[in-house]
Write a new protein. Structure first.
Lengths: 122, 107
């Protein structure tokens, strides 16, 4: 069964780096038909797209976060990752990994992880 | 960035009611619009993509319409399982953006 699962620390100190990993089971991150994405949702708030990545190129970042984001895809482990540097309380959110198609006809997020809550606090 | 303005923010309705949620894009997105349903503590689930295309397994009481800048999600006869928050999202251009959400609550 195709499934995404996020992992990472639930608590990060201000100014430190938030590191999350998303593991894909039942499929391959080398799919030529899909982007792998990160989306977050602050408590009681809406959804904010963070980044899309392809397994070898075509990474897109939200300009509002671009200076603090690094992403990678590890094909050997069938997972992809997000690093967000210099975090503040404003980065407290549920972080989701997700999948979307590489063509507009399949451009919605059709597969989501369950989400991981990350709190930024000292 | 394309801003997505969703309304209303909350709608109170009863089982069997027809519910309409609207989303306006700040510039044309053609029909590259998706609608999601989110229940508390869960990830969003895509209901409709390409403005009008119902995703597999989604009940036919859900429908989408619109093109360009104005879009609508309609639930023709609200069921108990439909009480949730709904989000629109444009994927016409980066950065991908979502509407603020519409909470459908029990009247």
């Amino acid at each position: 069964q195709l499934q995404l699962q996020e992992s990472g620390p639930g608590l990060v100190k201000p100014s430190e780096t938030l590191s999350l990993t998303c593991n894909l089971s039942g499929g391959s991150v080398t799919s030529s038909s899909h982007y792998w994405a990160w989306i977050r949702q602050a408590p009681g708030r809406g959804l904010e797209w963070i980044a899309n990545m392809f397994h070898y190129e075509s990474t897109y970042y939200n300009p509002s976060l671009k200076s603090r984001i690094a992403t990678s895809v590890d094909t050997s482990k069938n997972q992809f990752s997000l690093n967000l540097t210099s975090v503040t309380a404003a980065d407290t959110a549920v972080y989701y990994c997700a999948r979307r198609g590489t063509t507009l006809n399949y451009g919605s997020f059709d597969l989501w992880g369950q989400g991981v809550m990350v709190t930024v606090s000292s | 960035d394309i801003q997505m303005t969703q309304s209303p923010s909350t709608v109170s309705a009863s089982v069997g009611d027809r519910v309409t949620v609207t989303c306006r894009a700040s510039q044309s997105i053609s029909y590259w619009m998706a609608w999601y349903q989110q229940k508390p503590g869960k990830a969003p689930k895509v209901l409709i993509s390409k403005a009008t295309s119902l995703e597999s397994g989604v009940p036919s009481r859900f429908s989408g319409s619109g093109f360009g800048t104005d879009f609508t999600l309609t639930i023709s006869s609200l069921q108990p399982d439909d009480f949730a928050t709904y989000f629109c999202q444009q994927y016409n251009s980066y950065p991908l953006t979502f509407g603020g959400g519409t909470r459908v609550e029990i009247k």
